[in-house]
Design a protein around this ligand. Structure first.
Ligand code: SF4
Ligand SMILES: [Zn+2]
Ligand SMILES: [Zn+2]
Length: 331
């Protein structure tokens, strides 16, 4: 098949758009979608200047998503003195998995000349995920512990690094799964949080599906997901075509049963009805904006300080310290 733009040999066909694209037009289309999301989310603050630049911390796991996000952001902002990129990686203590993906992170950040911080659960919390999975005092899935620790580390280090924004490599499939999970659980509060924490634009730009901007967060570094218009398969193809140092092995503890079911459902729907993920997200974003109007806002939540670690929390003791206590580790 030939590229619909230039007639060269096509490397991919996207059923949702009906387009065949060659390597060069495909790569450009991925980059264009990231840049247009950066614009429609108003990610670059109006008042950012070369003298008063913004720091964007990118959560870099070494998997294809965060590697592609880091590369495209670097290509986009390398010569823009208003934006400084810093990569932050987490070592969870998972034998035979994280060491290799951290090597990929090192290679990438060395190539691009980006500052790179690595934080290990072992040093932060005195725990390793391999041991947590063994102990499992709360009878939870591994990712439930790991997610709490990850959020804690990302928040704290993003703040320490002076981050204005924390960017993660969630792709279209990830976001459509989260959207469906929130819809199926009927959790409007969760949708409102999703909008204010990471989905809504920083300023109303009129370019995305919603006019409404997110509420500013006083207790958390604001997040954004500039890769969220690109389907997972296309992220993988982009990493492959550009020969990026992405690590593809799955974590041995990955088991999010419900998300797995949703993922299968979505892939099946997408196969039979191309464009399903895009239309879910377009509708969900509007719905989440309405939910944020009706239910959102930190003013409804009393934030205090965790007496053990000092992190902002709406609970008596923060969730991280709770879990560490259950694990019998020292915070
Ligand atoms: S798959 Fe789960 S346990 Fe493994 S690194 Fe990710 S969140 Fe942690
Ligand atoms: Zn072409
Ligand atoms: Zn705490």
């Amino acid at each position: 098949m030939d590229c619909d733009k230039c007639g060269d040999a096509a490397v991919m066909y996207a059923a949702y758009s009906g387009l065949h694209l060659c390597e060069s037009h495909f790569c450009r289309s991925v980059e264009k979608r990231v840049r247009s999301r950066v614009r429609s989310d108003a990610l670059v603050a109006d008042d950012a200047t070369p003298d008063d630049s913004e720091t964007w911390v990118v959560g870099l796991s070494g998997g294809k998503d965060s590697v592609v996000l880091t590369q495209v952001l670097h290509d986009t902002f390398d010569r823009d003195p208003r934006i400084e990129l810093v990569a932050l990686s987490i070592h969870e203590g998972i034998e035979g998995y994280r060491d290799e993906s951290l090597a990929a992170c090192e290679t990438l950040t060395d190539d691009l000349g980006i500052d790179h911080e690595v934080v290990a659960y072992a040093e932060e919390f005195d725990v390793r995920m391999d041991d947590v999975v063994e102990d499992d005092p709360e009878n939870m899935a591994p990712c439930a512990y790991c997610g709490v620790f990850r959020r804690d580390v990302l928040e704290r280090y993003a703040a320490d690094l002076g981050a204005d924004k924390l960017l993660t490599g969630h792709n279209l499939d990830d976001e459509a799964q989260t959207a469906l999970m929130n819809l199926f659980e009927g959790d409007l509060g969760q949708m409102a949080n999703h909008f204010d924490a990471s989905l809504g634009p920083f300023e109303p730009t009129g370019e995305g599906p919603t006019e409404r901007a997110r509420r500013s967060q006083t207790h958390h570094v604001p997040r954004a997901k500039p890769l969220r218009d690109v389907p997972e398969k296309e992220v993988a193809l982009y990493a492959h075509l550009r020969d990026l140092p992405a690590h593809i092995t799955e974590c041995p503890h990955a088991e999010e049963a419900y998300r797995g079911e949703i993922q299968e459902l979505l892939l099946d729907m997408e196969e039979r009805h191309p464009g399903t993920r895009h239309s879910i997200m377009a509708g969900y974003e509007k719905l989440a904006a309405l939910a944020a109007d009706a239910f959102g806002g930190e003013e409804h939540v009393e934030y205090g300080e965790c007496p053990t670690c000092g992190a902002p929390t709406a609970r008596d003791v923060c969730r991280t310290c709770d879990l560490l206590d259950a694990l019998g580790a020292e915070a």
